[in-house]
Every structure is written in C-alpha cells, then in structure tokens.
Design a protein around this ligand. Structure first.
Ligand code: CA
Length: 87
C-alpha cells in the first residue's frame, strides 16, 4: 500500500475501534468521540474535559442529527484537524 492508502486504512481502523465500544458499531457516540480525541489526538486538541465543548463539537459534526457520528461525519472532523496542522 502507498502511504496515503495505509493512512486511510489506519483512520478507518481507529474509527471502528472506538465506534464498536458501545451501541452501533459503525457510529461514534459522544462518549466514544471524547475517548478517541483524548487518547488518539492529545497533542492536537489537548484533553477535552469540558462537556459544553464536546456538546458543541458533536452538534457541529452531526449533520444528520442522529446524535452519533458515522464515518463520513467523522472524516469532517479529521479534515478540520488536518487543516489546523497544515493550514
Ligand atoms: Ca450522525
């Protein structure tokens, strides 16, 4: 695999590792997203402790309003974070 292909596979693997913890295995609920951020993106985001921050992040990413993030919605977050690193 190329670097980009293996990177995409890694993103998908991390998404599923957290998504399958509770409930729908193909979607991240807010608590799973919080764990993913705190455990996998500590340098980029810092620890998210504040519930209001999580609530507004979830609200902005959850475009279909089902209170969970599917892979496509999660990728929006990855894109936002990538733009923070490489504006
Ligand atoms: Ca959703």
């Amino acid at each position: 695999m190329t670097d980009l292909e293996s990177s995409l596979a890694t993103i998908m693997e991390v998404f599923h590792r957290y998504a399958e913890k509770e409930g729908d295995k193909h979607k991240l609920k807010k608590s799973e997203l919080k764990d993913l951020i705190n455990e996998e993106l500590p340098a980029l985001t810092g620890q998210v402790k504040d519930q209001a921050t999580m609530d507004s992040l979830m609200e902005s990413l959850d475009t279909d309003g089902d209170s969970e993030l599917d892979f496509q919605e999660f990728m929006t977050f990855v894109t936002m974070k990538s733009c923070d690193v490489y504006p």
